[in-house]
Design a protein around this ligand. Structure first.
Ligand code: SAM
Ligand code: SF4
Length: 451
């Protein structure tokens, strides 16, 4: 049994450890992948195959101080309308190269705040997307929704377009905490958004909340989680607040001395975790909870839970294409990232070419190490038989790798012929243990771990 100070000392919740939504992580991408490679990878998608599509909208009406997402504030619709035009042009380029008969397994709109689009822009965008590829038979269409930035008309447009999953940002219900993190959102505003979503038959609701915020205590955490449970979300992401003011300048408005210690963060996570478990949620990976009938819970039970740029998923598509500024695509061959600045992204698309300016071509042990890290992040264990079968590594070499990591985390891992497993009490160190399987220069890894 470990004591909290031991876990804290080992770098628990260290903001510089990647969250491993990809391997290698984005700071290791290079100029090796440009528009031509990206176009070739799109052309190599099998005819009639299923892909997933992520659409990035990097705009918000309000800029919350705590937020580490790359987004820009705007009070007018003109830049948003111009951006949607660029997205449509990028989608047309994609349609030109995509093999016939491809359908969408998942469609996700994220940001930023995609719901700041007007209903008319939402409809235009969905039509442009479905002209590239229609939703497949078991597809899901999810949208990130700021409860302060949604109304009946926009939800009508999304429901008419086929949205099946809504993801709302809550963060915390406590008024003092909301003031300190620059995100005011009364319980009534959140509840009203949930009611409007449900009234349209949208069957699935996700909510994001944070632990590790300034002034958060166990009592306040309990109250926030209970309020969230009263809304009965199907999935909850319980993210650790990443305080990285050197990267996210707005966070300089947040008093560092009001932040909980690493040990207190562990207590806050555990307080919330127990409440979700008591309420019947399953624990998914390192920071999610889901109802027993939710797709993530079913995927966990059947060993098909995956991790991608959006976090945990039950999506089995091999290809995820990201459109919009800074979006990253994943192919069996590697990763490709669009230009991060909206200006550079727009300039490329206006020129009639993809904006891809960075990426990574899988090589050497990348796919094997990436799968091991994904297994740890999803299941807290590495299935030795699957790794041997899929990557042809000898049992001796694999056991030597496991033994090396076990020495670095004494008493925290169980190794046997079938698996390396993280002991339950060491689960808070999963990201640290995953990092031990990362062969890239870790001094660069912090850049990808903001949230
Ligand atoms: C891209 S934001 C979109 C949410 C939507 N715009 C809203 O405000 O409701 C997605 C989520 O990232 C999480 N997030 C943002 N900044 C974070 C930080 N510094 N640490 C941890 N999570 C963060 C928040 O939980 C947020 O709901
Ligand atoms: S939390 Fe949402 S609304 Fe607030 S700045 Fe981040 S993306 Fe924008």
């Amino acid at each position: 049994m470990f004591v909290k100070p031991q876990l804290a000392k080992l770098g628990l919740f260290d903001a510089r450890v990647p969250r491993y939504t990809s391997y290698p992580t984005a700071p290791h991408f290079s100029a090796a992948v440009g528009p031509d490679t990206y176009a070739n990878w799109i052309g190599a998608i099998p005819e009639g195959g299923a892909i997933s599509l992520y659409v990035h909208v990097p705009f918000c009406r309000r800029l919350c101080w705590f937020c580490a997402c790359r987004t820009q504030g705007t009070q007018t619709d003109a830049p948003v309308a111009a951006y949607v035009e660029t997205l449509k042009a990028e989608l047309a380029l994609l349609a030109d190269r995509l093999p016939a008969g491809v359908t969408l397994s998942r469609l996700h709109w994220g940001g930023g705040t995609p719901t700041l689009l007007s209903p008319a822009l939402m409809t235009e965008l969905t039509q442009a997307i479905f002209a590239v590829a229609p939703l497949g038979p078991d597809a899901e269409f999810s949208v990130e929704i700021d409860p302060n930035e949604i109304d009946e008309a926009r939800l009508d447009a999304l429901a008419a377009a086929g949205m099946s999953r809504a993801s709302i940002g809550v963060q915390d219900f406590d008024a003092e905490i909301q003031k300190t993190i620059g995100r005011i959102q009364g319980y009534d505003v959140t509840r009203r958004a949930v009611e409007m979503i449900r009234a349209r038959g949208i069957h699935s609701l996700n909510a994001d909340i944070l632990f590790g915020l300034p002034h958060q205590s166990k009592a306040r955490m309990t109250e926030s989680v209970q309020k969230l449970l009263s809304l009965n979300p199907d999935r909850v992401a319980l993210y650790g607040y990443a305080h990285v003011p050197w990267m996210a300048k707005r966070q300089q408005l947040i008093p560092s001395d009001a932040l909980p210690t690493p040990e207190a963060r562990l207590d806050l996570f555990d307080t919330a975790r127990r409440l979700f478990l008591w309420d019947g949620y399953a624990e998914i990976g390192i920071d999610h909870f889901a109802r027993p009938e939710d797709g993530l819970t079913k995927a966990l039970r059947s060993g098909t839970l995956r991790r991608n740029f959006q976090g945990y998923t039950d999506d089995q598509a091999e290809v995820l294409i990201g459109v919009g500024a800074s979006s990253i695509s994943r192919f069996p061959q590697g990763y490709a990232q669009n230009a991060p600045a909206t200006s550079a992204y727009t300039a490329a698309i206006r020129d009639g070419r993809f904006s891809t300016n960075r990426g990574h071509i899988f090589q050497g042990e990348d796919l094997m190490r990436g799968r091991m890290i994904e297994m740890l992040m999803c299941d807290h264990r590495i299935d030795a038989a699957e790794i041997r079968a899929d990557f042809g590594i000898s049992d001796t070499a694999l056991q030597a790798m496991f033994a090396g990591v076990t020495r670095a985390f004494p008493g925290m891992l169980d190794i046997g012929p079938d698996a390396l497993a993280i002991r339950h009490e060491a689960h808070p160190l999963t990201r640290m243990i995953a990092r031990a399987f990362d062969a890239y220069d870790l001094s660069k890894a912090g850049h990808s771990s903001a949230i």
